[in-house]
Design a protein around this ligand. Structure first.
Ligand SMILES: [Zn+2]
Length: 323
């Protein structure tokens, strides 16, 4: 009898307290997703990211300590598609059934996002490169896609912790409003430079370029994830000369040297942009990532003497620009 009382007293002190106030433990692949989880989950989540930010998302080797980190997670939030080819190894290493694909703890935020560059049926997709075989995986670089990602995250949090569903919904609404305002403000800043041609290193940027109406004319990588040889670099230079492009956008993990050497040959420059939250100092939230990137581009335009275009129309055909 005494023992029963003691146990129930212990249980009432220890167990309910720890359960009732426990945060949802979330592990994400990238700091970008971690920041969105933090903003939607607020005080009810504890978030950790596997990546720090500057790394190449397609090329991470999971360590035993990262597998241990995942072991304690209620939810594992990732980019889906083939963005993180190291995922199966990481999940296997965590030995947690509820985090496997199709299980409730596995949250693929690509669901519902309209993808760019989806290969058409019958295309030999692997021939296009080793990655992006389901479409371009860098969709978080359109700020408006961040709202779709936040939606998926809010739903997953509400399923895991229904008591706080209202808080997640309110946080999601506030996040959406902030992102819509931010996007409108930055699009307006970039509007005078609409149609400016740029070169990118990896195929990281189509979502960002389309949202802010810049035009990619060449890529330093001959295929996504494939390093360029001297001949391809020369072709890039020729394209830049032909199209009047002066800027090579490069990720933090790719060869700044290659980017600079191409840009210098046309009197331009390489611009390092943040491909992820945490990739560069200053890009330490989802909103700040876009502030940073747009500011870096505007600074480069100014330094290179790229003037705002006066035409109001969208036409980017150089033959028709000055009739
Ligand atoms: Zn990629």
């Amino acid at each position: 009898m005494k023992r029963t009382i003691l146990l129930s007293v212990l249980a009432s002190i220890v167990v309910p307290a720890s359960l009732a106030f426990a945060d949802i433990r979330v592990v994400t692949t990238t700091p970008t997703l971690a920041d969105i989880v933090r903003q939607v989950g607020g005080e009810h989540v504890t978030v950790q990211s596997i990546m720090r930010g500057p790394e190449n998302i397609h090329n991470v080797s999971p360590t035993p300590s990262q597998m241990m980190k995942l072991r304690k997670a209620d939810l594992f939030v990732h980019s889906g598609l083939d963005a993180e080819p190291w995922l199966p190894q990481l999940i296997k290493g965590s030995r947690r059934k509820h985090l496997r694909p199709g299980e409730p703890g596995n949250v693929d935020v690509s669901r519902g996002v309209p993808l760019k560059e989806v290969p058409t049926r019958g295309e030999l997709t692997r021939a296009m490169g080793d990655i992006h075989v389901y479409g371009n995986t860098h969709y978080a670089l359109d700020p408006l896609n961040g709202i779709l990602i936040a939606r998926t995250i809010a739903d997953a949090l509400a399923r895991t912790d229904p008591d706080h569903a209202d808080a997640f919904e309110a946080n999601y609404e506030a996040f959406s409003r902030r992102i819509v305002e931010l996007t409108a403000r930055l699009v307006a800043k970039m509007a005078p430079f609409r149609g400016t041609p740029v070169v990118t290193y990896h195929r990281t940027w189509p979502y960002l370029l389309d949202r802010f109406e810049l035009v990619k004319v060449a890529e330093v990588e001959p295929k996504p994830g494939i390093s360029p040889g001297p001949r391809h670099l020369s072709e890039c230079v020729q394209t830049m000369q032909a199209r009047g492009a002066k800027i090579v956008i490069v990720e933090t993990f790719n060869s700044r040297k290659n980017a600079e050497s191409v840009a210098r040959r046309v009197g331009g420059r390489a611009v390092v942009l943040a491909q992820s939250v945490g990739a560069v100092p200053g890009a330490d939230s989802y909103e700040k990532l876009f502030e940073y990137n747009i500011e870096a581009l505007l600074t480069a335009f100014e330094e290179l003497g790229i003037a705002p275009r006066e035409e109001a129309d969208h036409d980017i055909n150089p033959d028709r620009r000055h009739p």
